[in-house]
Each structure stands twice: as structure tokens, then as C-alpha cells.
Design a protein around this ligand. Structure first.
Ligand code: SAM
Length: 279
């Protein structure tokens, strides 16, 4: 008989969010695979759990994954936990699940706290359909590519972001998505939990010195990208390109590139602008 791999949620701030079942399973399993053994030991001590710990993180996952798999195959039950929330969601665990699934080992969820869904349900934005984007890559080019790709998705979008990057990220969102409604969840389940809701341009102003942990929830695409100064933005830019002596088609292409919009959108806007205000 092979063992069971449990994916066990832990609190994202408030220890009272630990579930009875999580405590029971963590007490009963043979081994706990933890992202940070020192961090998890504090949690275990709090709940009077004395199960042995083994490291399983991004750096050790290849070697440790194989070791954990052998234990599972030998019949041991193992719980995988991350520092907070659900393992395998922007945290180690997914590769371990793949290993277990490929070896026909039973994988069992122990649900509980998760930052993305907690932020979504309090956002006031549509919860009917949503995409979890998680952390964006660090390189500007890769970030822009992803944001461009998802800029016309109609469902609500959920991002994780570090405090030192959040303002820059909101600026990128504003530039690529337009001035949409967002909800920022800060320090969920902790003493200083707060939600900042409004247009991106408004919320940015509240975040002068961002501290803590953040989830950004962004309204989906509604059919047009609204910019704070739409007329000025695109038409001024378009005119400046024309002034350099290039033809209209190239000026539209360059404007679209600069504003991260499609050529069709810029073309339509220009036609409308010229109809209303002249060339
Ligand atoms: N596995 C976790 C989960 O299920 O939510 C996510 C871990 S990921 C490494 C950490 C990121 O989740 C943080 O940078 C932040 O964006 C978000 N996060 C985690 N705890 C949070 C909290 N209490 N309040 C707001 N965001 C949180």
C-alpha cells in the first residue's frame, strides 16, 4: 500500500483560520514537507503538533521531491504545507503533486485560507468568472507581454504583488488596461486588513508607502479601454508621429505600439475624433 499526499492549507495571517482537519491531519501523518521548516515549526508548536518535518522548497524540490516520493511509495502518509495559504498556489507543491500523480499516489486536499480567493470575494467585482494570474515575471518585456495578452479578457483578474513593486505595477495596469476599477486587498485576516477600491488612478494615490502583503483584483475588459485623458493621450501622440513626416498608417501603428493598444482601436478612435473635432 502506498501512502497519501495531503496538500494542507495553513493560515495567511490569522492563526484562527487553521482548520480542525488540518490540525488532525498534520498530527496523524508520518512526515510534513514544509517550504520553510523553521516557519512551520512555529505553527506546529502553536497547535501542539509534533510530526517530523522535511524541507521542500523551490531550491530543493528536485532532490527532496524524489525522497518524498520514495517515502510515499513505501507507505508513509505525508502532508505538504507552504508558509501560508494553499500549497501549490504561487508556492511549492505543484511539482510534488505531479510526481505523486505520475506514480498513482492518492493526493488529498485539506482546504483552507487562500489570499487570492479571499481578496476576490471582498472585491465588489464580478466573481462569476475570474483568472488567477499570480505574480507577474520581473522582466519588463515579459510583464508587458502577459499584460497585453490578458488585456481583453472579460473575466476578473487576480494578481499577487510585492509591496515594493505595487505602485509600478498599477502604473503598468493603467497604461495597458486603461483606468479600470480595481480592489486591493492588504494584510488579509491580519490586524491591519484593508481594502482599497476604485479606479486605478484613484487607488494609486492612497498607496504612498505600501507596506504588507497585497492582492490586486482587476475588473475584466468591458469592450473599451478607458484612459484618464483619452483625447489628449492618443490624438496628441498620433499628431506628434504625423509631424515627423510619416504617413497616417505608420503613425497609427506607432501610436498603437506606444499606448499598448491595437491598431484597430487607435484607427477607430482617430476616425471618431476627426468626425467630432476635425483633423
Ligand atoms: N499560497 C498562498 C495562497 O494560497 O494564497 C500564496 C503564497 S504567495 C508566495 C504570497 C503572496 O500571496 C503575497 O506576496 C501576497 O501577494 C499574497 N498574500 C499572502 N498572504 C496575504 C495576506 N495576508 N494579505 C494579502 N495578500 C497576501
Amino acid at each position: 500500500m502506498t501512502g497519501i499526499l495531503y496538500l494542507c492549507a495553513t493560515p495567511i495571517g490569522n492563526l484562527d483560520d487553521m482548520t480542525f482537519r488540518a490540525v488532525k491531519i498534520l498530527r496523524e501523518v508520518d512526515l510534513i514537507a514544509a517550504e520553510d521548516t523553521r516557519h512551520t515549526r512555529k505553527l506546529l508548536t502553536h497547535f501542539d503538533i509534533h510530526t517530523p518535518l522535511i524541507r521542500y522548497d523551490e531550491f530543493s524540490k528536485v532532490q527532496q521531491g524524489e525522497k518524498i516520493l520514495q517515502e510515499l511509495l513505501a507507505g508513509k502518509n505525508i502532508a505538504c504545507v507552504s508558509d501560508a495559504g494553499l500549497p501549490a498556489i504561487s508556492d511549492p507543491g505543484a511539482d510534488l503533486v505531479k510526481l505523486a500523480v505520475n506514480s498513482n499516489i492518492k493526493v488529498c486536499p485539506i482546504p483552507g485560507a487562500n489570499a487570492a480567493l479571499s481578496a476576490l470575494i471582498c472585491s465588489g467585482l464580478s466573481t462569476e468568472k475570474f483568472s488567477f494570474v499570480g505574480f507577474l515575471p520581473k522582466s519588463k518585456k515579459n510583464r508587458d507581454d502577459i499584460l497585453q495578452k490578458i488585456s481583453e479578457r472579460e473575466e476578473t483578474l487576480i494578481f499577487y504583488e510585492a509591496p515594493h513593486r505595487i505602485l509600478k505595477t498599477l502604473e503598468e495596469f493603467e497604461k495597458i488596461f486603461g483606468d479600470r476599477n480595481i480592489s486591493i486587498a492588504r494584510e488579509l485576516t491580519k490586524i491591519h486588513e484593508e481594502f482599497l477600491r476604485g479606479k486605478i488612478s484613484e487607488v494609486k494615490n492612497f498607496l504612498t508607502e505600501p507596506k504588507g502583503e497585497f492582492v490586486i483584483v482587476v475588473e475584466g475588459y468591458s469592450g473599451e479601454k478607458i484612459f484618464e485623458n483619452p483625447v489628449e493621450d492618443f490624438f496628441e501622440i498620433y499628431k506628434k508621429f504625423l509631424d515627423t513626416g510619416i504617413d497616417k498608417k505608420t503613425a497609427i501603428r506607432e501610436t498603437a505600439k506606444k499606448l499598448n493598444l491595437s491598431r484597430r482601436e487607435i484607427y477607430n478612435k482617430i476616425i471618431e475624433h476627426e468626425k467630432n473635432f476635425g483633423g
